[in-house]
Design a protein around this ligand. Structure first.
Ligand SMILES: Cc1cc2nc3c(=O)[nH]c(=O)nc-3n(C[C@H](O)[C@H](O)[C@H](O)COP(=O)(O)O)c2cc1C
Length: 142
């Protein structure tokens, strides 16, 4: 049953210069709507200059969603930091958790330049995981 394999992708990208807060709100709304249908879960961070996103779900759904996202002109210069199989979901309560983190630029800059900065990668991953742990979806659809 290879199609039931759970997969995860984590990437960073540059926000397009024209991408503003209302654009990002639209992205998050579309992501939540579509991911719910595809049973994709994850978390996203926006710094104003960069995006960081984790997508997880069944392999074909993650591939399809990731492909769609790569074609989106609201960001560019995407760099996949991690992709692989997953034992179980980390963001099962979230079709897409979201947070603004203008303070995270310095963690993303070396990675977007192609520098293998394991410390920054771990710090970013921790931020996304902490986000999903700290926020309560409650009755709202996330
Ligand atoms: C940084 C970023 C992250 C995105 N994340 C997702 C996502 O997780 N799921 C998704 O379906 N679309 C995501 N999108 C939006 C897609 O690129 C696309 O615009 C959207 O899925 C189209 O949905 P619609 O046809 O319902 O408008 C993302 C876009 C950007 C720029």
């Amino acid at each position: 049953m290879p199609n039931r394999t759970l997969a995860m992708v984590m990437y960073i990208s540059r926000s397009a210069p024209t991408t503003s807060r209302p654009d990002v709100e639209k992205v998050v709304a579309a992501a939540r709507r579509n991911n719910e249908l595809r049973r994709v879960t994850g978390a996203m961070m926006w710094t104003g200059r960069y995006f960081v996103q984790v997508l997880e779900g069944e392999l074909p759904a993650v591939i399809a969603t990731h492909k769609l996202i790569t074609q989106d002109t609201r960001h560019h210069a995407m760099k996949v930091l991690f992709q692989g199989e997953l034992e179980s979901r980390n963001f099962s309560r979230w079709s897409m958790a979201f947070v603004d983190r203008p303070d995270a630029d310095h963690l993303i800059e070396p990675l977007i330049e192609g520098i293998q900065d394991a410390e920054s990668f771990r710090a970013l991953r921790r931020m996304l995981f902490d986000l999903a742990m700290s926020q309560d979806p409650g009755g709202d659809r996330h």
